[in-house]
Structures are given as C-alpha cells and as structure tokens.
Write a new protein. Structure first.
Length: 325
C-alpha cells in the first residue's frame, strides 16, 4: 500500500478532537504530579502502561505483523521529535500556568501549515499565510518581549520551551502524514511509546538518583532532574489513567494525520486552548493575564480563518466534476 485510499477529512477531524481532549486531561494530570515526581519517571510509567494499551490496539488492527516497517530510521526520528516536544512542554508546565503553556504551544498548528508546503507539497495561499502570520503575532504577544524579567512568571528560556515543543510536534505530525500511508495508527503509537520508554530509562541512568538537582530552585529543572521515588498509593490511579490516556492520544492523533491533510486537521487542535483555560481555572485556580488572552484571540482567529478557507477550497474542488459533465 503506497497511498491512502482517500482524504477522509471528517473522520480525521473527529480523531483529532478526541486526541486534543485527551491531551488536555494528560497535561492537567502531569501538572498535578510535577511537584513530587521527576518528569522522566512519569514519562516511563505513563508510556510503559500506554504501550500495553497500544499493543492491544495493534492486535485489533491486524496483529503484531503490522509492527514491521521498511523505514525504521524515519520512525525513530519521529519518536525522538515527539519526545523532545513532550519533554520541553512538560518542563515549562511545571513553572508557568497551564493555559499559558498551552497557548504558546499552539504555535504548532501554525508551524504545521507553513511546513506542510515544503515537506508535503500542500498548497497554502496568500490569505491563509497571512492568517498564519497573525497567529504568530499572537505568540509574540504572549511572550511579552517588552516586559522585564522580574515581572514574568518564568524565565525567557522557560517561556520559549513551549515554542520548541510546538516546532518539534509540528515536524512529528507531518512525518506521521508521510509514514501513515504504510503504517497503521496503532503501530505508529507503539513506536512512539517505545521511544518514550527508552529515553526515560536513559534519563534514569544519568540522573535518576537526583545527583544534579542539589541546590537548584528552578521548578522546571527540579521537575526534570529530581530523583525517582516509588509512587504513593493514591497516585497509581492517576498514573494508570495517564498511561491509558497516552495510548488514546497516540492512536487518535496518528489516525487523524493519516486520514486527512495536515492543513485541514491542524486548526481543530485549537480546541485545546479553551480546554486548557478551563482546567487551569477549575483545578489550579489560574486565569491568564491579558497578554495571553490577546494571544489566544489572535491564534484562534487565525486558525478559524485557515479552516474556513480550507473548507471553501474543498467545496470548489468537490463541485468541479459536476460542472464538467
């Protein structure tokens, strides 16, 4: 099989919406755990459990034979990209409000739209590109370049981490579209989970005893480098939930970008913005400052415009054969 039978945009959109909702739950739970556990331990436990759920999905989609691939290097690269995206984002999440981190991360759909041109050969017109630039303006506003360091909730470096996560996530999703023509969504999810397990074990070997955290006050670095501890009994249910949720995220997003054009699916990831604001308010009593609200408005506006332009183009293409008859 060398190509998908058709661009099933509607189903792709449903999968991305399910995946984004699962991501919002995942982020909220990891932020809750960030004060007591190291990130690499959470990732190891989450991905190990997620691997079991993903392997069940592999069996449902055709058996372990679908894990064979002719492009192992591309799968490994895709896995490393999503590991970098997750680690960068979660390290930032320990130091800044959930809505702020999520809003900054939502440069990802903008990156996807831009990078789909050279990587996938998709066409993005002047109007859509202008909307993308408006979205990037929102990202810059949220970075508050005019503010002094003392008035920021975290360092400039920490505020840049969600942008790094956005870029690597965008590259990952575009690679998913390329690899999806020959790999099932469950297989793609297993490759991701396996990469997380390997990387987190390497972190454990290097820093699992907490040797590098002594004297560090920065909450992001503490989250990254503190020693592994045995989870409390009450937290095991949260960790198991994270594992199941991780499998859902990997499957749904892999399926979404297999079934539909990246530029069509990507704007629906913006649903994560209001979800992040809600969880930040409901669980952590956090509300964004006005710069973040302004940035969210610009990003949502640009994403909605890109989506409407894409739908308009799709309608024109759909009607064209009828007129030729």
């Amino acid at each position: 099989m060398t190509a998908l039978p058709q661009n099933r945009a509607g189903l792709g959109i449903l999968f991305v919406l399910a995946g984004v909702f699962a991501i919002s739950i995942n982020d909220m739970l990891i932020k809750q755990l960030s004060g007591g556990y190291p990130l690499h331990e959470i990732v190891f436990l989450r991905s190990g459990i997620g691997m079991l759920f993903s392997l069940i999905m592999v069996q449902m989609e055709g058996g372990f034979g679908i894990l064979r691939t002719r492009r192992p290097l591309l799968h490994a690269t895709r896995g490393l990209l999503i590991v970098i995206a997750n680690m960068s984002y979660f390290v930032a999440l320990a130091a800044i409000p959930l809505a702020d981190a999520t809003a900054l991360f939502f440069a990802a759909p903008l990156f996807i739209t831009v990078l789909s041109i050279p990587i996938l050969g998709e066409k993005v017109g002047l109007m859509r590109m202008s909307a993308v630039l408006v979205g990037f303006a929102g990202v810059i506003i949220m970075q508050r370049p005019w503010a002094d360091a003392d008035s920021l909730q975290a360092s400039r470096l920490v505020l840049l981490l969600p942008i790094v996560a956005a870029l690597t996530y965008a590259l990952n999703q575009l690679m998913t579209r390329k690899l999806g023509v020959e790999s099932k969504a469950s297989a793609l999810a297993v490759y991701i989970q396996a990469t997380f397990v390997v990387v987190s074990l390497l972190f454990y070997v290097v820093a699992g005893d907490g040797r590098f955290v002594t004297g560090i006050d920065n909450p992001s670095m503490q989250f990254l480098l503190r020693a592994w501890v045995w989870p409390a009994a009450a937290d095991w249910w949260v960790i198991i939930g994270l594992g199941a949720n991780s499998a859902i995220i990997g499957y749904c997003l892999s399926q979404a970008y297999r079934l539909a054009d990246a530029a069509t699916v990507a704007p629906f990831e913006y649903v994560g913005l209001p979800l992040a604001v809600f969880w930040g308010w409901a669980v952590f009593a956090e509300l964004p400052v006005w710069e973040v609200w302004a940035g969210i408005a610009l990003i949502l506006g640009s994403g909605l415009f890109v989506f409407l332009r894409e739908r308009q183009k799709a309608r024109i293409v759909a009607r064209a054969p009828v007129r030729r008859r």
